[in-house]
Design a protein around this ligand. Structure first.
Ligand code: COS
Length: 382
């Protein structure tokens, strides 16, 4: 649902103030401790951030994709680990249920997901199924009115905190690729579910990522999302939306980096002049600004198309591809503009430089986005 302009502006203003006044001062602490303070999580719940994309009838804010992107751009102006805290509930952890869940499943879980009482995680990736996500080996074998799930998932965001997983598992071993995969809701408290240690990562400390193991996990058949064999398509459609959300996040981080550069260039002097007076640095700022405007335009245009009911698989891949590569280039230039200060920890630029690296990898690498864009362009004949 699209908010009216006044309500949307109020929401964006509230999020902007939360980011500026509450989250930004905590960036270094969260990175240092690799943990999200409980009181911040509670404030995020109170603001409704866990339910941005959940339908209103289940307690969420039910934002249109366009409004969600605008909110996420604001949230990008701080360490992306903050967004990740509720990002799975808004995106990949909830959307299979929102888009393809049965009414009883939605009634059972969506209110808790919207409020943040239930943390969700999306369990697709496996040791042998990364970019080739149709190669899922985790098995789900029907046993009466249950399925028994066995397998291992890898690099699962928020698994350590999750109460509910959307798990992609192979129900038909005779069908190669995505055709034999089904989607399941699995509560983390189910016997046989274990979560591995949190990985040590390059960036985004405070956003936990872990392995998840399923050892003879008995799941009621009614927890399957959609029909048997439809799980891969469910996952792909979840990712179509997730990729747009990540594009907006890249735009937000890039805007933050540009603002930091502009502030630093006005204050720092060399050769008796502020850095902002040097044309070679102005050129870098001009390139960053041009790229972020282009990424934002592509992201918002795609969001509006999705809101209008169009298939945006290709456009979402293009937005994710361009925006994630763009923020990598902007972060690199920011380090260059800050010079030595960009390389030491105190200024936070090197931290953001590390944080943004994952955007070119998760929810589909740049190379996978290229595959999707090229396939569709060739199919459409241009
Ligand atoms: N929406 C709906 N259906 C889709 C779809 C989408 N976005 N993408 C694919 N499908 C359908 C296809 O139409 C096809 O259906 P039919 O069998 O009925 O023809 C089926 O799914 C298989 O699609 P395809 O042949 O394209 O599958 P591939 O194995 O070639 O894989 C890629 C496609 C590579 C694009 C996919 O595996 C992918 O996105 N990989 C990256 C995964 C990823 O992002 N991982 C990150 C982990 S989550 S953080």
């Amino acid at each position: 649902m699209a908010l009216d302009a006044e309500t949307r502006d109020q929401l964006i203003d509230t999020v902007r103030r939360f980011v500026t006044e509450r989250l930004r001062p905590l960036e270094a602490q969260v990175a240092e401790n690799d943990a999200m303070p409980d009181d911040v999580v509670e404030e995020m719940k109170a603001l409704g951030l866990f339910g941005l994309s959940i339908p209103e009838s289940y307690g969420g804010l039910d934002l249109s994709m366009e409004d969600e992107c605008l909110v996420v751009v604001e949230l990008g102006r701080t360490s992306p680990a903050f967004r990740s805290t509720f990002g799975t509930n808004v995106g990949i952890g909830s959307q299979a249920l929102v888009m393809f869940g049965a009414e009883a499943q939605k009634e059972k879980y969506l209110p808790g997901i919207a409020s943040g009482e239930i943390i969700t995680s999306f369990a697709l990736t496996e040791p042998e199924a990364g970019s080739d996500s149709g190669a899922v080996q985790t098995r789900a074998v029907r046993d009466g009115d249950h399925y028994v799930i066995n397998g291992a998932k890898r690099y699962i965001t928020n698994a350590a905190k999750a109460h509910l997983f959307t798990v992609m598992a192979r129900t038909d071993p005779n069908k190669p690729g995505g055709g034999g995969v089904s989607a399941f809701l699995v509560e983390s408290s189910t016997p046989g579910v274990t979560v591995g240690k949190s990985e040590k990562k390059m960036g985004q400390q405070g956003a936990p990522v872990s392995e998840v193991f399923f050892d003879n996990v008995r799941v009621p058949a009614e927890n399957r999302i959609g029909a048997e064999g439809e799980g891969f398509k469910v996952a792909m459609q979840v990712l179509d939306k997730g990729r747009l959300h990540i594009s907006a996040l890249c735009v937000g981080v890039a805007e933050r980096l540009i603002a930091d550069c502009v502030a630093y260039m006005s204050e720092r002097k060399q050769f008796g002049q502020p850095l902002s007076s040097f044309q070679l640095l102005q050129g870098m700022i001009a390139d960053c600004k041009t790229e972020v405007l282009a990424a934002k335009a592509l992201t918002m245009e795609t969001a509006r198309k999705r809101d209008a009911g169009q298939n945006v698989t290709m456009e979402a891949a293009a937005a994710k591809y361009f925006a994630s590569e763009m923020v990598g280039r902007v972060a690199d230039k920011a380090v260059q503009i800050f010079g030595g200060a960009g390389y030491v920890a105190d200024y936070g630029i090197e931290r953001l430089y590390r944080d943004v690296r994952i955007f070119r990898i998760y929810e589909g690498t740049s190379q996978i986005q290229q595959v999707i864009i090229a396939r569709e362009t060739l199919k459409r004949g241009g």
